[in-house]
Design a protein around this ligand. Sequence first.
Ligand code: CA
Length: 537
Amino acid sequence: MKLGKGRRFLAGIALAALMVCSLGACGEKGPKWLSKEVEVIDDNYRTWYEIFVGSFYDSDKDEMGDLQGVISKLDYIADTGFNGIWLMPIMPSPSYHKYDVTDYLAIAPEYGTMEDFDELVEECDKRGIKLIIDLVLNHTSSEHPWFLEACRYLEGLEEGKEPSGEECPYYEYYNFVKGSQSAGGWHQVGSTDYYYEGGFSPYMPDVNFDSQALRKEFEDIMKFWLEKGVGGFRLDAVKHFYADMTSKNVETLKWVNDYVKSITPDAYMVGECWDGLNVYAQYYASGIDSFFDFEFADSSGVITKTLTYSGETNNAQAYAKALVRVQNTIREYREDAIDAPFYVNHDLARAAGFMRYDQRKIKMSAALNVLMSGSAFVYYGEEIGMTGSGKDENKRAPMYWSSDSGAEGMTAGPADMEPQENQFPCGEEQFKDDSSIYRFYKDTILLRNQNPEIARGTVERLTEITDGDVAAISKTWNKTTIYMLYNLSETEEKQVELSPEQYGYTELAGYLSVDGLEVVLKDGVVSMPPYSVAVLR
Ligand code: CA
């Protein structure tokens, strides 16, 4: 990536904002901090936008989202503040979700062409956006030529003859055994005595990472995409490479990571190890930059608990403690581990439902996620509070750009999706509304981008200030310490005392309030409305 250009682009936006200020328009336009200049640092501590291409934006009126659609919304993505994009699988596949790949070196025709992809890389580059793509190594499609060839070989094998990888190399790409298996996840090859492992489904045969020939295939595939200019990969289902065998999975991921970094040293790699902190933390020993932070995500994670559960284990104190706990645990395995906080993704119900469509809580969940250290991920549609729960298709509904389903760019969504009723206004209405969920997301990302310590800093809890309602933390990076205060009381304003002399800060650098109220710093006391965040530096 040639990011010089992108940085100038962002600085240009900030400059334009400053010019508007000098014309005197800012007084009416909200708090002053919103117009401060932003210099976004070009590293792997980014704010990422996860896109399901098929439901995002349609460029050619077939109601299927496509790569040209993503290109046409890059200005929207950059303007919202994101500087990274994760595309869910874009390779040919028989399924709507595309997590079962039939050709790792091509673009799914319904999403466009390889030329479209090249253009997407170039356009991301111009805007300083790092692009990563989903790479599904754990299994292929059962229609992948490797698997079809291996099955043909077994079906044609002479009675009494042992199969051999020398005769058919693809036989060794998968996990075949002879004789019926009592454990789940094994499926018969035609009417033979052979069975194959397909932990997720019969249509997704698990590969055999013991095969060096298979590893070589994957190396060539990774090289192909890196040479196309992708900034790295999101690695699917890594704990299933060898079913729940952590040390073998770590070894396999080390091979992946070392190979990728040997080609693109600043590539960003993030793995999905869907498990508790004590398990996914161990995977950092592989050298992979990030693993998704399942500790804070979903309907039973720290963010949901903080905002919707009561009791001591779910209050502001507990939130602050959890930030420190996750950081320290992952750093035991890799000193420069980059946490990958997210709140929901394509496998989880959307936040609006967990928060019972309470707009204030949805906004606060954005702050509790996006202001975390590391590389923060936001799933498309969360920034406008979209609805989606139940079957997976419902979680991947059309991006709600417009309330007119026939409007330009609108997609139809997965064929088996149940109708989703969005409870908040569509994007085009929220973009114009200063009190919308969208505007709160945008301000939150801006606050993160203005203060590089938010993403990169080491977290400490200010035990003397934190209580049941107020979480107080410091973040230190590059010899600078900032302070972040979160008023997590739904109803009460808080006066937080923090002496500028003692803590060594000089200003209120920015703040968020779900009700659009002001946070005021006066004589070392920060007045914080209910559900607000303050950053002091
Ligand atoms: Ca299309």
